[in-house]
Design a protein around this ligand. Sequence first.
Ligand SMILES: [Zn+2]
Length: 172
Amino acid sequence: MITTKLKIRVYPDPCLRKKSDLVKEVGPTERMLIASLIETMHQNKGVGLAAPQVGINEQIFVADVGEGPMAFVNPQISKPRGSDIMEEGCLSIPGVLVNVKRPKTIVVKYLDEHNRKGKRECGELLARVVLHETDHLNGKLIIDHVPWGQKLKVRKQLKEIERQQKDQGRNE
Ligand SMILES: [Zn+2]
């Protein structure tokens, strides 16, 4: 399959803050996007990548926690159980690591790349990735989870990213 090289949008790109639209049907266009997302995720050594991160505000994300790539379309999260704090990064917010509290296990219902309904119980890393990427589809980022003790440090890092983005914009 031919895939397109996708450019990862970086904070404060407005695409990252928009709520993504539901996908009516997973067809050839969506499958092509999924293949490109997987390739881009692997190239950047990520464990997940959501469509809004490449400027497409549709409810699609991919994940690979070492069991091979998976696609999730229109994900619906239910049955959150337990809680855990882990450090997370995000390809759209380079260099920033945030301690994020999330449920330990969840159930996710979704459509796969063949438009088939799927349901999966997720634990450990997969639960965390599915929740992180679902946040993206709702315009939410890890910096919205920053605990009080980390706020000042993260704010400084974000200012620096904003400055770099502005400089790049000027050079383009
Ligand atoms: Zn992210």
